[in-house]
Design a protein around this ligand. Structure first.
Ligand SMILES: N=C(N)NCCCC[C@H](N)C(=O)O
Ligand SMILES: O=C(O)CCC(=O)C(=O)O
Ligand SMILES: [Fe+2]
Length: 329
């Protein structure tokens, strides 16, 4: 929402990926071009599409089809992996159960998080401890086995190397005790189409997901190919659509990157409105800092902002827990 962007840029990150293990990647002209585009996109919109990302198209489609299959199961089946605070907020959330801005959203979802062993982060980690409910549903089990998460975590790390350079830092800026053990969240989401005559899909709200920002570093959205529903807010308050572009992921910046960058990059408000008759699925992958990362504006970002420190300190795990705990009625 940093500017009045009217569309969301598409970036071919192929050149970045081909050099992403070279510590001197920044001096490669192909990489430099990608980095320049990343910087512009992050400053202007906080959103961009990536193409040339190397995740096989059949895999991208397969996880959406797994998601669709799950949401078509009878309600009783889905409830067998119900999300509860006791389950570390992992599992299935029914239609209207997620709350954004105090209003129930018109979507259902499964949340999976990096597993946290009891005691791993003390009191900070306690609310999020627990295993994912992979083994209690055949369809969810297939998602776990697909290899999707492994592909997108690698991809995210490489994009973050480009973003480190884009900010004017090193490619490894978001590694080590910042995001070397990146926490991840996978959210498998289903949005009913426009409510039908008998009102089966009705909640108090017909917005699929109300306006919000994402919490961590970088989100990778894998959305249905044939429905435009994701909208991004620009500076004048207009909602700019992020239509599906086959072969791409929609990427956006989270709250922790906003802090580290001292607001040079913003976590942009977005929402989902499915006005289509068809059911829409989306698999969102959130690449986050280390669970216990202490996040505060980086010195070189403060320098770039005329020496003014714009934001205070945050602990990622605390931010996540406070969000997760207000996501339910
Ligand atoms: N992990 C993410 N970003 N999930 C987004 C869920 C919707 C926003 C949430 N209810 C909120 O109010 O923040
Ligand atoms: O469904 C989408 O396209 C995006 C979902 C989203 O913004 C979220 O879950 O954080
Ligand atoms: Fe989001």
């Amino acid at each position: 929402m940093a500017t009045d962007f009217k569309s969301i840029p598409i970036i071919d990150i192929g050149p970045l990926l081909s050099k992403s293990d070279d510590p001197d990647m920044g001096s490669d002209p192909g990489v430099a071009q990608v980095v320049e585009q990343l910087d512009l996109a992050c400053r202007e919109a906080g959103f961009f599409y990536v193409k040339g990302h190397g995740v096989p198209d059949p895999l991208v489609k397969e996880v959406r089809s797994i998601a669709r299959k799950f949401f078509h199961l009878p309600y009783e089946e889905k409830l067998k992996i119900k999300m509860t605070p006791e389950a570390g907020y992992r599992g299935y959330q029914r239609l209207g159960e997620n709350i954004t801005k105090g209003v129930p959203d018109l979507h259902e979802a499964i949340d999976c998080y990096t597993e946290i062993k009891p005691g791993r982060y003390g009191a900070l980690g306690k609310p999020m401890e627990g295993p994912n409910q992979w083994y209690r549903n055949h369809t969810v089990y297939k998602f776990n086995r697909s290899g999707y998460s492994v592909s997108v975590v690698e991809l995210s790390r490489k994009i973050m190397r480009g973003i480190g350079l884009a900010l004017g830092g090193s490619p490894s800026e978001f590694e080590g005790d910042r995001a070397g053990e990146a926490f991840w969240v996978t959210r498998i989401i289903g949005y009913p189409g426009v409510p039908d005559a008998n009102g089966d899909n009705k909640t108090d709200n017909d917005v699929g997901c109300e306006a919000h920002t994402d919490y961590g570093l970088l989100t990778l959205v894998n959305q249905d190919d044939d429905i435009t529903a994701l909208q991004v807010k620009n500076l004048s308050g207009e909602w700019i659509s992020a239509p599906p572009i086959p072969g791409t992921f929609v990427c956006n910046i989270g709250d922790m990157l906003k802090i580290w960058s001292n607001s040079l990059y913003e976590s942009t408000l977005h929402r989902v409105v499915n006005n289509n008759a068809k059911y829409r699925v989306c698999v969102a992958y959130f690449y986050e800092p280390n669970y216990d990362a202490i996040v505060e504006p980086l010195d070189f970002c403060i320098q770039k902002s005329g020496g003014v420190r714009k934001l205070g300190k945050s602990v990622y795990g605390e931010h996540l827990v406070s969000k997760v705990q207000t996501n339910f009625a």
